[in-house]
Every structure is written in C-alpha cells, then in structure tokens.
Design a protein around this ligand. Structure first.
Ligand code: FE2
Ligand code: FE2
Length: 136
C-alpha cells in the first residue's frame, strides 16, 4: 500500500531541528492514516491521533521559541496559523471521539491535515527557515 503522506527532503526548511520534527510529524501522521485505512483497533488509532496532536504542540512551541529568541518579524501571523490549526485539530478530534473513526471523519481529517501541513511547511515554515538561516 502506498503511504498516504510521505516526507521528502524537498520539504526541508534548512533548520535541522525543525526539519527533524517535520519528518517525524509526517511519519506519525502516515502511521495514523495507515492504521485508519487498515481499520485497526479504535483504541490504537486514538492513541496515534493523540500522539500526532501532542507532537504538533511540541513542534509549534519549538518554532515559536525560535521566533521569540530571534525576534522574528512575522511571528504574530505565523503563530495565528498555529493557533487556528490547534483549534481545528481539537474540533476534529472531539468529533472523532464522539462519532468514532467513521470513514467520513477520517477522510475529512486526512484531507485537511495533509493539505494544511503541506501548505504551512511550504509557506510560513519555509519563510521562517530562511530568516533563521541568516541568524544561526
Ligand atoms: Fe509553523
Ligand atoms: Fe512546522
């Protein structure tokens, strides 16, 4: 089976710690989506989704620490994207927990998660990487 989401070095933003976390994030999301596609045990799927959520929070705080430390001028905008993500993620996760791992919610979550992450990494995170490379 092809992986639903796959990391590529082309997504690198040039900051080792951020790239390392992005790669781990892609892998965690891929494991979660594969488990959904294979109809794995609900408790197992929930654990994977919790892991993705926690890892994303940790990752956002890594980026936001960098922004604070180096006085990143676009920090407010970047952080608002993170915040919007967290709110939507929580909403979908609650729905997931209420309704169970239905195909509809899984597909919704999959489509949104992948497109958000790809767009954010290619846009805001790449811009942050370019800024940090000049500072580090
Ligand atoms: Fe970010
Ligand atoms: Fe990121």
């Amino acid at each position: 089976m092809t992986q639903p989401i796959q990391w590529s070095d082309a997504f690198k933003v040039g900051i080792e710690k951020i790239d390392f976390q992005h790669k781990n994030l892609y892998e965690a999301i891929s494991r979660f989506l594969t488990a959904v596609a294979e109809n794995k045990d609900v408790a197992e799927i929930k654990k994977m989704l919790d892991f993705v959520g926690n890892y994303i929070f940790e990752h956002f705080s890594t980026e936001e620490d960098y922004m604070g430390r180096y006085e990143y001028p676009a920090a407010l905008h970047h952080k608002s994207e993170h915040q919007a993500f967290i709110e939507e993620f929580r909403r979908m996760k609650n729905q997931y927990e209420l309704d169970g791992a239905t195909k509809f919610i899984s597909l919704q979550l999959e489509g949104w998660l992948i497109s958000w992450l790809q767009k954010h990494v290619a846009g805001s995170d790449t811009a942050l990487g370019l800024f940090l490379k000049k500072k580090l």
